[in-house]
Ligand binder design. Structure first.
Ligand code: CTP
Ligand code: MN
Length: 651
């Protein structure tokens, strides 16, 4: 743990243009510096560095961050590693914070498990390349599969001798204890207390963590004897958590960012053969369906996944559920189906690199459309099967978080399934409403209306974008002063010429009605920081959020700060922005964003109460109360709408 004061010192000392300048040439352009983005392929520079704000942003691929983020991404480093790198560059001494005894023990244990795993990886690689048995059996096998020396080295492949204690002996001779060998699963202890090597007479595929250190192994059998498992794998351990690891990601991270897409395959050999064919943005789930942890890992690098399947349709159907999970995370999923009897590995070996690229890019089909197609073929004309199929598709589409995407898919699915688009739209809305109530456990779902009365579906407004906009305004103009009256909405904003602080206006207007921003954890955290500062009559600075500990908060803050709208300085590189800081425009922006949001909140409350009203058919007193509240809210809403109607929104 590095103490907070030291972290602050490092951030202060690190001049972003110097840090990035060590890795790529930057040219001065106005107050900024520009260069070719190292995270995607481009011919004209759109990678922009702002020395004054201490951040970089690529207007081509969207990558952005601080000097620390840059080092982490560019050099595959963890947060503390990047801090130490910068500390060394600027001669700042890092004394690590005292760890508790418990932390020390844990850390030491992790380090010793990592140590013995690195040793084992080197030992297996040596055995493969230097021992007679390794060369005659392991290397021969790899060569027959077409793996050359370069790729064997790149993946650190190895061979475990056909012996009960080859690794154990070598490790103990180097001073590694039996305890760490057992904890990593490299040796197994029987009930009688005997120990033996887990990997024997198998070729070895080391599994690396994201920064390229080995944490486990897969050992493949050489003959095709059915009596033994094809793969023996390292068990879960303190350093190897299968659900958070993707095979090949250590090598694929930069290629994934450049290609803005990640190929997902099943096995170790698929990854390796694709690398041989020059395709490097590929990872393997190692035979299981993706976990949420793995999806979150990938999401750091891309929001597009293309799943490569061998030509076996049973396997694909089984994986549909898992894919829904990816969609729910907001990722875009495509499917490539290989011809029967082929998998990515065999296909890559029997075709040229260009042929593989061409096949994959031509065959890639959007998941939802792929699924619609496939289910439609299966259901044929059977009405019951068709209805099941529609429900199934609806479930997938309803999971898509983005409104626009959802609409596009609905339209296309309607065409493929040959059903009325409106039916799909209604079903999806119904499904989302049900899910909404299920997610919010304090509500019981309103009874579904009988089918004939169904058309009018009350939908809640999505408030995420407005919350984002308010957060953006807070981050960029929180400190500015303005005259609310200039917004042109005096009924709501006040009729005096008095100046107020943007942040004070926003926070107090929302808190007055007990409204807090909460659509995402990051937004909520930023908002809470503003509230806390407001209570002490302060406004948190941009730098406070740019350096924020929580990586997600920090990313959102940087994205909002570098949003093309608020960067006058970016305009010097050819991006036009409306000037939001003129008095009138700022007043409209602040007041309108707050009231547009409030109007939606009120509207959502009306929707909720109207739903309740439908249920309260009997109890007259309750019905009367509800009606009164709804009337009051409706009048508030109309007042806001009327005032909003008077102003033209900026932008
Ligand atoms: N797997 C496993 N245990 C098994 C079989 C498979 O852990 N008994 C995992 C491995 O991660 C493997 C992946 O599932 O890489 C895919 O399995 P498969 O296609 O059978 O293996 P490949 O690695 O593709 O090997 P090969 O190309 O030699 O068939
Ligand atoms: Mn395979």
């Amino acid at each position: 743990m590095i103490p907070k004061e030291t972290i602050d010192k490092i951030f202060e000392a690190a001049h972003i243009e110097e840090v990035i300048g060590d890795f790529l040439p930057l040219k001065k352009r106005g107050v900024n510096m520009i260069g070719l983005c190292p995270f995607h392929n481009e011919k004209t520079p759109s990678f922009t560095v702002s020395p004054s704000k201490g951040i970089y942003k690529c207007f081509g691929c969207g990558e952005s961050g601080t000097a620390v983020n840059f080092v982490m991404k560019h050099e595959n480093m963890t947060y503390p590693e990047a801090l130490k790198y910068l500390a060394a560059k600027y001669g700042i001494e890092v004394e690590e914070k005292e760890m508790t005894d418990e932390e020390k023990v844990k850390e030491k244990e992790r380090e010793s498990l990592m140590g013995v795993t690195a040793f084992a990886q080197a030992h297996f690689a040596d055995t493969l390349l230097k021992s007679d048995e390794g060369k005659a059996i392991g290397l021969k096998y790899f060569n027959e599969r077409g793996f050359n020396d370069y790729i064997i080295e790149k993946f650190g492949l190895g061979y475990a001798a056909d012996s009960w204690d080859d690794l154990q002996k070598a490790a103990k001779a180097k001073g590694y204890t039996e305890d760490v060998l057992i904890k990593t699963g490299l040796i197994v202890k029987t009930e009688e207390g005997k120990t033996y090597d887990r990997f024997r007479g198998r070729v070895i595929f080391p599994i690396y963590n994201i920064s390229g250190r080995p944490i486990g192994f897969g050992g493949r059998i050489l003959d095709s004897s059915k009596s033994k498992a094809k793969y023996v794998n390292s068990p879960e351990s303190e350093i190897y958590h299968k659900s958070n690891v993707l095979y090949g990601l250590n090598l694929a991270r930069t290629p994934i960012m450049k290609a803005e897409n990640c190929y997902l395959v099943e096995g170790y050999t698929d990854v390796i053969s694709l690398h041989m064919a020059g395709i490097e943005n590929v990872v393997a789930s190692s035979g299981t369906s993706l976990t949420t942890g793995q999806i979150k890992l990938l999401k750091r690098f891309t929001n597009k996944i293309t799943i490569l399947y061998d030509g076996d349709t049973a396997g694909i159907k089984a994986s549909f559920r898992g894919i829904d999970m990816i969609i729910e995370e907001g990722l875009n999923v495509k499917i490539v189906l290989f011809p029967e009897g082929e998998d990515p590995d065999s296909f890559a070996r029997s075709h040229s690199a260009e042929e593989v690229e061409k096949f994959v890019s031509e065959q890639a089909k959007d998941f939802i459309l792929f699924k619609s197609d496939m289910l439609k073929g299966e259901a044929g004309n059977d009405p019951a099967a068709r209805s099941e199929m529609i429900k199934d598709i609806v479930r997938s589409i309803a999971l898509i978080p983005e409104n626009i995407d959802r609409q596009l898919y609905t339209r296309e699915a309607a065409v493929i399934l040959e059903i009325d688009e409106e039916i799909l739209v209604n079903e999806i809305a119904k499904y989302r409403r049900k899910k909404y109530y299920k997610d919010k456990k304090d509500y019981s779902p309103p009874e579904e209306e009988p089918a004939k009365k169904a058309p009018q579906i009350l939908l809640k407004d999505n408030t995420l974008n407005l919350e984002k906009e308010i957060t953006r305004v807070l981050l960029n103009y929180g400190n500015f002063e303005f005259i609310p009256k200039l917004s042109g909405m005096p009924l709501l904003a006040g009729d005096t010429e008095e100046k107020v602080k943007v942040s004070d206006f926003i926070i107090s207007t929302l808190l007055d009605d007990d409204i807090v921003l909460k659509e995402s954890a990051e937004i909520s955290q930023i908002f809470q920081e503003f509230v806390e500062a407001y209570e002490q009559d302060k406004v948190p600075s941009q730098q406070f959020f740019v350096k924020y500990e929580d990586e997600k908060v920090n990313k959102l803050a940087i994205d909002l700060i570098t949003d093309p709208y608020n960067l006058h300085e970016w305009s010097k590189i050819g991006i036009n922005v409306a000037d939001e800081t003129t008095d009138k425009v700022l007043a409209r922006l602040v007041v309108a964003s707050v009231y547009a949001y409030k109007q939606k909140i009120v509207n959502n409350r009306i929707v909720e109460l109207t739903e309740q009203l439908k249920e309260e058919g009997q109890d007259e007193e309750k019905v009367f109360k509800l009606q009164k509240t709804i009337a009051a809210l409706t009048s508030t809403r109309n007042k806001i709408l009327k005032e909003m109607g008077r102003v033209v929104l900026p932008g």
